[in-house]
Design a binder for this molecule. Structure first.
Ligand code: GUN
Length: 281
């Protein structure tokens, strides 16, 4: 079984991006800039944002985190986003989710200029992705996609099952696999026989947030299995895949942690650089 080392693949990607930033600096005499807006003091968000900032600096991006208390008015956030939209030194804007209840998430997402939307959450980018046009692609599914391609460069005709239909993961993951000519099934909590669906799959991407849902006898021999889940349980951090069981049948599997997580952050840096390049065209 191949243990897909997300940490290592992400480090390789960051190294490539670092080189690219050097080249862009020579060519344009400026570097891509990423601004992250963080509202409140939720611990997981704080950790994510710290990692994002560290990685952005490591590859040579201009990076800034703007912090607000969770009592901040929605208007203040929307005005800040408008200001960043008009700031030529900023290539990418990310508002860390989740947001406090009094702030309308969709309004926030739609205020970010689609050309600076490094999360790929703006409806314009969602539409472009599903139409097969150039767009920002959400970082987590993009990271999953790059890892799958490392294991199997030719995905044409493969059967893929995506478990979970969220806008963040399941739906964009489906679009990426479709673009690669996979036959894709999207499954979710109302799917009648999830095990039977998974057993058909050459590729499984599990992104539902249910601890160790995908069992060993749900997986076809030599399938590629990507585990997007991060679930806190009594037994510590586990994914959506029963790792020990599935590792006995799969061809390749991502661990949790150390699989999808590091790739998500590396893909955010990639998206920032891609937004910069498109803005220079
Ligand atoms: N919170 C958890 N994951 C993400 C993400 O990919 N983007 C944003 N903006 N917030 C998140």
């Amino acid at each position: 079984m191949i243990l897909i080392d997300g940490k290592k693949i992400a480090a390789e990607l960051r190294e490539e991006l670092k080189q690219e930033v050097v080249e862009l600096k020579t060519k344009y005499n400026k570097v891509p800039g990423l601004t992250v807006i963080l509202i409140g003091d939720m611990a997981p968000s704080q950790i994510y944002v710290r990692n994002k900032e560290k990685s952005a600096n490591e590859v040579g991006l201009k990076s800034e985190v703007i912090r607000y208390p969770d009592t901040v008015e929605e208007k203040t956030i929307l005005e800040k986003i408008e200001e960043l939209n008009n700031d030529e030194t900023i290539s990418g804007i990310l508002v860390q989710l989740p947001l406090p209840k009094h702030i309308d998430k969709q309004k926030v997402i739609e205020t970010i200029a689609p050309s600076k939307d490094v999360d790929g959450f703006h409806p314009m980018n969602v539409g472009n992705l599903s139409s097969g046009y150039e767009s920002s692609v959400p970082c987590t599914p993009l990271g999953c996609y790059l890892m799958i391609k490392k294991i199997e460069p030719n995905l044409s005709g493969k059967k893929a099952v995506v478990v979970g239909r969220s806008n963040l993961n399941g739906k964009p993951m489906t679009q990426l696999l479709l673009k690669e000519n996979c036959t894709v099934t999207i499954t979710h909590s109302r799917t009648k026989d999830l095990k039977a669906e998974c057993l058909e799959a050459d590729i499984i991407v599990a992104a539902v947030g249910i601890p160790e849902l995908v069992k060993g006898d749900w997986v076809k021999k030599d399938a590629i299995v990507i585990d997007v889940g991060i679930n806190k349980t009594e037994n510590g951090l586990v994914g959506d895949v029963a790792f020990d069981e599935v590792s006995k049948v799969a061809k390749a599997l991502t661990p949790v942690p150390g699989g999808v997580g590091p790739m998500t952050i590396a893909c955010l840096l990639k998206n920032t650089i891609d937004c910069f390049k498109r803005s220079q065209k």
